[in-house]
Design a protein around this ligand. Structure first.
Ligand code: ADP
Length: 389
């Protein structure tokens, strides 16, 4: 009786964790989409899962697999996981699609962000850890690889993206479409499109005493009323911590991935994990952790761990996600931010670390959705209302 009870409890934990695994293409969790076909706990904590995909050849399988393993690591009763992959039948696939469309129409506001855009929230527990510097550099690095990248500066109180990316000017409107047009810049073969509160207020020093809900409306306008056009990635500089704006964005962009920036310090790691919990409670996928200000490397190559060590790796372990990289302290990061020319385009230790992270994002952590790879994608473009049964 006792063991039956604990087995039911473990089963429940497994299902709850699997609810945090989102099919990156369909934007809903794999339990809700009916893709988890069998959960079998064998002897000695060996879990056997059967998961059905929309198409067996879908390249997003690797990501789902990684996420399932990461989630299962948090269940102490499970020490080994094997997954059998199958394909949904035509009927099941139709139901899954209806479900996904229903979920999207219910949760998502009608943003101007194309469905094929991968949006990445760059978040941190507190200010000053380098979240905006990381946002500016990753966005520039992605654009330098020939991609079209939107940057949404949602750090409304402390906007610094315009200066870091070397943008000056005002947001203008398109008379025909009545939409706001982002400021644009070419980086190599790619493009950066930027929207920030900094393009609306008179000068950087203007104090914004707006309350949370008003700020949330402002961010919502940036998603609904900006003519973003085609985008491969949307990189969002989140305000630090877990306030109204962060929760609003999590609701408005339920298919977004989050990257958490922390420093090696234990205190920063603890507050960063709160942001991660907020993301998880909205079923956002956490794609990884970046440790910034890892160490200072002098001209002789000697390392000084000024802010301690290990905070990033520990947070990544705690969240069951990869540590995407560690960026050393380098005064040039700060100087290049002030000059509006991100370090990722230059040489040096910090630049190498940032470029490696950009490659990791494209190839593994947050790969782009290629609509021709998975058949499901196109049917999601028109949301429909169905009964929630
Ligand atoms: P946040 O967005 O978390 O508040 P910022 O990106 O504004 O943090 O960074 C805070 C300060 O630290 C800025 O002056 C920035 O130039 C500097 N900085 C960020 N990362 C590094 C780094 N790796 N090395 C040196 N200075 C850095």
């Amino acid at each position: 009786m006792e063991s039956l009870h604990s087995e039911v409890e473990t089963h429940e934990k497994i299902i709850n964790q699997l609810r945090g695994v989102v099919d990156p293409e369909l934007g809903s969790d794999i339990v809700d989409l009916g893709m988890v076909k069998d959960v079998l706990i064998k002897n000695e904590g060996h879990l056997h899962l059967t998961i059905a995909l929309t198409t067996s050849g879908c390249p997003l399988r690797a990501q789902i697999q990684k996420d399932v393993h990461a989630k299962m690591r948090s269940i102490v009763e499970i020490n080994r996981v094997t997954i059998d992959w199958t394909e949904l039948s035509d009927d099941e696939r139709a139901k899954t699609m209806d479900r996904a469309r229903f979920n999207l129409s219910k949760e998502e506001i009608a943003t101007q962000i194309p469905k094929s855009t991968k949006s990445i929230m760059i978040a941190s527990g507190k200010g000053g850890v380098g979240k905006s510097s990381v946002t500016a550099n990753l966005a520039t690095g992605l654009a330098a690889r020939g991609l079209t990248v939107g940057v949404l500066d949602a750090d409304i109180w402390g906007f610094s993206i315009p200066q870091m990316l070397g943008f000056e000017g005002r947001l203008a409107g398109n008379e025909e479409t009545q939409k706001i047009v982002p400021l644009e810049k070419r980086i190599g073969d790619g493009t950066l499109k930027v929207v920030s509160m900094g393009f609306l207020v008179d000068e950087n020093k203007s104090s914004l005493n707006w309350r949370g809900l008003i700020l949330n409306r402002a961010v919502r306008h940036f998603l609904e009323d900006v003519e973003w056009g085609d985008l491969d990635y949307l990189v969002i500089d989140m305000p630090p911590g877990t306030g109204d704006v962060q929760m609003g964005l999590a609701k408005m962009l339920p298919r977004s991935d989050m990257i958490v920036v922390t420093t090696p310090s234990k205190t920063v790691q603890t507050v960063a994990s709160r942001v991660a919990s907020m993301a998880q409670s909205y079923y956002l996928r956490i794609a990884g952790v970046i440790e910034n200000m890892t160490s200072f490397i002098n001209e002789d190559g000697k390392k000084y761990e000024i802010f301690g060590s290990g905070g990033g790796a520990q947070l990544a372990e705690e969240l069951g996600v990869p540590l995407l990289g560690s960026i050393p302290i380098d005064p040039i990061v700060s100087q290049s931010s002030d000059n509006g020319s991100p370090i990722v385009l230059e040489d040096g230790h910090a630049s190498e670390a940032l470029n490696a992270i950009v490659d990791e994002i494209i190839h593994s952590a947050v790969p782009r959705i290629n609509p021709v790879d998975c058949t499901a994608h196109n049917t999601l473009e028109t949301p429909v209302s169905i009964k929630n049964d």
